[in-house]
Design a protein around this ligand. Structure first.
Ligand code: MG
Length: 341
């Protein structure tokens, strides 16, 4: 098999606030794996906190291309993925771009959608939340209006303005809200007070309230919190699960953190054994990687797959949202079509 890849830069529709920094773009790399004239598509998206960028992904993919050249088809999927995984540590987004393209290719060669690999049903998909970025109150009102068809909103907290932000949202809508703190709250006591307050504001769960390494604090909070506390930055791969399973009520599974669909499926099944809630999430991604994640979404308690909705120009068409509910395409593989330009 042959591997091609191209770097792109996605522009956000609105500046995106991560912790204290505003970002207006995010780097991605689109991969293509070819077999018998058929192309499987994949994508790596690189948020700064995971330490990957265009250069590290390109360097890794050059090495991965040599591994792929040894295989004629994607059918020994696990073997290929294991070989790619041991090329180097980390590089999880680069690895995910290979995993996604291999799944897409296998589905296309077999003429079936990827969700059928795990005997999942197309109909059981959840609703996605959509992020409402913070802004002047009237702009927030406009964004909530634009997101009218979506049933769950997501808000990023973690500043002195948290209560004001929620009050602003609540002045426009009573819809359920999920909260992502991105490690922004300083102490577990402050976090618990805020979570009690949020509980009265129709909030569904709170993602990563404390610093990623503060597992003792997270465990203390999880024991007392009236809302589910979900690990995002504290949790990346399957091997992390045993370490954090008693410190949170659930985990945010993202393809870019865990190297792709193959491992994401194993994480979800393992998490369910521990009675952990599962949120399936994404980075800033096109409809390529999000259509891949959507293949597993029927297994999740909640989905946060709004990546393609927050960028100016998508590079693919694929998964759709009907009244916010995830609708998988009938096309084989991950169900995407490359858009021109
Ligand atoms: Mg998060």
């Amino acid at each position: 098999m042959k591997l091609h890849f191209t770097p792109h830069t996605l522009e956000f529709r609105y500046p995106f606030k991560i912790a204290l920094n505003y970002r207006t773009t995010t780097p991605v790399v689109i991969t293509e794996i070819m077999c018998d004239g058929i192309v499987g598509y994949g994508e790596a998206s690189m948020p700064p906190y995971l330490g990957e960028d265009h250069k590290t992904v390109s360097d890794f993919l050059i090495k991965a291309g040599k591994v792929l050249a040894e295989f004629k088809t994607p059918f020994y999927l696990e073997t290929i993925i294991d070989r790619v995984d041991i090329i180097a540590e980390g590089n999880t987004a680069a690895k995910a771009s290979i995993d996604i393209a291999l799944h897409d290719l296998k589905g296309k060669l077999e003429g079936r959608a990827c969700y059928t690999f795990w005997n999942l049903e197309k109909e059981n998909t959840p609703h996605t939340s959509i992020t409402i970025g913070m802004d002047a109150p009237e702009v927030v009102g406009r964004k909530i209006g634009e997101a009218e068809v979506f049933k769950i909103l997501k808000v990023k907290l973690g500043s002195d303005e948290d209560k004001k932000i929620i009050e602003t949202i609540r002045s426009y809508t009573d819809k359920p809200v999920s909260v992502d703190v991105n490690q922004g709250w300083k102490t577990k006591e402050e976090a618990l007070d805020l979570i009690h307050w949020l509980k009265e504001k129709n909030v569904l769960f709170v993602e990563q309230p404390l610093a990623k390494r503060d597992l003792a604090g997270s465990a203390w909070l999880t024991e007392r919190s009236p809302l589910p506390v979900i690990a995002d930055e504290s949790f990346q791969r399957l091997a992390d699960l045993t370490r954090i399973k008693d410190c949170f009520h659930g985990v945010n599974v993202k393809l870019m953190k865990c190297t792709g669909l193959n491992e994401a499926y194993k994480i979800i099944r393992e998490a369910q054994k521990y009675d952990l809630k599962v949120l399936i999430g994404c980075m800033s991604e096109t409809s390529c990687a999000v259509s891949a994640a959507a293949q597993l979404s029927s297994l999740a308690d909640w989905a946060d797959l709004d990546g393609p909705l927050l960028i100016k120009k998508d590079l693919f068409e694929g998964v759709e949202f009907s009244g916010g509910k995830i609708v998988l395409s009938d096309r084989p593989g991950i169900g995407v079509r490359r858009l021109q330009g």
